[in-house]
Design a protein around this ligand. Structure first.
Ligand code: SF4
Length: 347
């Protein structure tokens, strides 16, 4: 089995306190032990990519670069950071340790400091400039430097200005994500998408941003503001796995939430699920092949298989194509825990 990626939560807890993050109220910062990381590294030959990210800031881990080195022996490595600790020394190490991709989290221009409490936009941009300068100086085309921007109702108007700003600094890529883990009234209020209509004004803003992105030749990815069933969510649970700080495995970060239960507000209704158990990373292959985990994946695999087969049969009839997704919903429903997850609807 070759996995597309492992996402490893080496730290749970943060030095920032973003108002849309469920980890902001954690009392402690938990860290995966280096020995546990060593133990699970026996499976690294089975993956193409390792992303060091969970519900916390990975650079808080004192063994961060040991973990990078261990991972780099086998595959590509990336991480997401709030940018606070990206000082010159860390930036040099990122280049020296040949990290493939660094994603820095943003949430606006004027609004950034208000949403990502504990971070400071000017300081982050200064840190990003240092990383870009060192990368250019090294003559290496790595790491790819990505700005991820979480869209909210409050900060979406700042998107075009933000794109201009980071393009001039020299970022390679910009990714717009939704506030997709909605767990309380505040996050429900802040999200930029809706279960009913797409906000046309917001859509226009993103289109404008896309024009600016093209002008500067940046790589670009944006989330959808419209909910539509997808065959499989972005987490790609059929060939990817999330490993939690305590060494458990999950299909995605939205099941590995930093709390005992999974609390979601989906289309204005509250749902609470007990966190399911999928197994331990130290026995990854055994647990991946367990009946329970296989059943979970099958729900997606059967949808994909049915869609491919039916698509070929009805490709010439657009009306039938439209009803195909409804057919899927009835014939091959998602696992229950996924039905109230916005990622299952392309958000
Ligand atoms: S639909 Fe949501 S809960 Fe289900 S695997 Fe995808 S991201 Fe996870």
């Amino acid at each position: 089995m070759k996995f597309k990626f492992f996402q490893i939560e080496i730290v749970r807890g943060c030095n920032a306190s973003c108002i849309m993050c469920p980890a902001r109220n954690l009392n402690n910062v938990e860290k995966m032990s280096l020995s546990m990381f060593h133990e699970i590294s026996k499976f690294f030959t089975n993956t193409k990519w390792i992303h060091l990210q969970g519900w916390g800031e990975p650079l808080l881990h004192e063994n961060f670069f040991d973990m990078v080195d261990l991972s780099k022996k086998y595959c590509n490595v990336s991480f997401t950071t709030n940018g606070i600790l990206l000082n010159k020394d860390i930036c040099e190490k990122i280049i020296d340790h040949d990290i493939d991709l660094v994603a820095i989290s943003f949430a606006g221009i004027e609004l950034h400091n208000k949403l990502r409490l504990g971070t400071n936009l000017n300081k982050l941009l200064e840190n990003a400039r240092t990383l870009i300068m060192l990368k250019n100086k090294s003559g290496n085309d790595k790491p790819e430097i990505v700005a991820t921007y979480m869209l909210t109702k409050e900060n979406i108007e700042e998107v075009p200005k933000f794109v201009e700003l980071i393009a001039k600094i020299g970022f390679d890529t910009v990714i717009f994500t939704n506030l997709d883990y909605v767990f309380n009234e505040k996050t429900n209020e802040l999200k930029a998408f809706s279960c009913r209509d797409t906000n046309k004004k917001f859509e226009k803003i993103l289109n404008k941003a896309e024009t600016i992105v093209k002008k500067y030749g940046l790589k670009f990815k944006r989330c959808s503001l419209k909910m539509e069933d997808v065959l499989i969510c972005e987490a790609s649970p059929i060939d990817s796995v999330v490993i939690s700080v305590n060494g458990r495995i999950y299909p995605c970060a939205y099941i590995n939430v930093p709390s005992k239960n999974i609390t979601r507000i989906f289309c204005d209704k509250l749902y609470v699920y007990k966190k399911p158990f999928f197994g331990y990373a130290k026995n990854l292959i055994e647990h991946w092949n367990s009946y329970h985990y296989k059943k979970f994946r099958e729900a997606f695999e059967r949808r994909i298989e049915y869609y491919r087969r039916r698509f070929l049969e009805i490709v010439s009839n657009p009306f039938e194509l439209e009803s195909l997704i409804n057919e899927l919903r009835e014939k091959y429903p998602l696992p229950e825990i996924c039905r109230t997850c916005y990622k299952a609807y392309g958000i």
